[in-house]
Design a protein around this ligand. Structure first.
Ligand code: GUN
Length: 297
């Protein structure tokens, strides 16, 4: 029997816990605030940001959305970040990635006050994560850990194979898996576009996290029986549907589910967790900045 993991159900439970902590902060006169900044015309990015804003409403977080025309100079974005850094009502700042080519991503990430960096992408927060003293765990890999915990998959002593080495998912995922901590203690292999024999690596895995952004690159032939498969990929592929596209993961779901003991679908797997963990980090940010303690699970 293969478990098809319901990401929405797990995310709903986390969101309810986070909303409860947001209410507690509110009782102390602190309304958690999240500023989202979009500098892109990309349809996917627009959808993701509006989902993040909707989640704020449902969680008792004050969501403030900022849009900057992607044709504007980089300074317009930097100035906006400076203003948000100074605004005491804003506890978290999320600049939706990617930004336009003329805007240097590193400068954006370093411009955000590390205390407000609810993505966990600022070098200070990356360093803390690697050092085993995370302030804000990046939302998607943290969500993957929550999925594994909810499915009673203990990573300790297991072979975890991460496919993809992005700063947003692959690298922080590998770092979380390797930590001496709950959801860690795994033996970690990171595969990427230069990996010589990907299938040889994925076949050895107890847990595969697919985060390369290449539709259906991992199929059942590349997996062993009983593996747990977490599909982070979500690519819009042209299709004869009402919207003109469909969302496709990095895993060929039909063949992979014949091998897996548990597998996430796309959509409805990891995506809802990414948003839930952003709410989590925002409430944590409000707690750290106000000095009002909350015990986040
Ligand atoms: N683009 C894709 N995923 C993410 C994310 O987790 N955070 C931000 N800021 N941009 C993204």
């Amino acid at each position: 029997m293969t478990t098809i993991i319901d990401g929405n159900e797990i995310a709903d439970r986390i969101r309810a816990d986070v909303a409860e902590r947001a209410r507690r902060l509110n009782d102390e006169g602190v309304t958690p605030g999240l500023a989202t900044v979009l500098m892109s015309d990309d349809g996917g990015s627009k959808t993701y940001v509006s989902m993040k804003q909707r989640a704020c409403e449902e969680t008792g977080i004050e969501g403030i959305h900022h849009e900057i025309d992607p044709g504007e100079p980089a300074e317009v974005l930097f100035d906006r970040i400076d203003r948000l850094n100074e605004d005491p009502a804003v506890h978290g700042i999320l600049v939706q990635m990617p930004v336009p080519d003329h805007v240097d991503t590193r400068t954006v990430l370093e411009r955000i006050d590390p205390m407000k960096d609810v993505d966990g992408f600022h070098p200070e927060n990356v360093g803390r994560l690697v050092a085993g003293n995370a302030r804000y765990k990046p939302c998607t890999p943290h969500g993957v850990q929550k999925i594994l915990a909810a499915c009673d998959v203990d990573t300790e002593g297991k072979d975890a194979v991460v496919v993809g080495r992005s700063d947003i998912v692959g690298k922080p995922m590998a770092n979380l898996f390797v930590q001496r901590d709950q959801g860690g203690n795994a033996t970690v292999t990171v595969c990427h576009s230069r990996t010589a024999d990907l299938a040889a690596k994925t076949r050895e895995a107890d847990v595969v996290v697919a985060a390369a952004g290449v539709p259906e690159m991992i199929d059942g032939e590349m997996l062993s029986d009983g593996v747990t498969v977490i599909d982070v990929g979500i690519t819009r592929v042209e299709a004869d549907t009402e919207k003109g596209y469909e969302l496709v993961g990095d895993v060929d779901f039909e063949s992979a589910k014949e091998k897996a003991s548990a597998i996430t679908p796309v959509p409805g797997g990891v995506g809802p967790l990414t948003i839930a963990m952003l709410m989590y980090n925002t409430v944590k940010a409000a707690s750290l900045q106000s000095g009002v303690p909350v015990d986040l699970p």
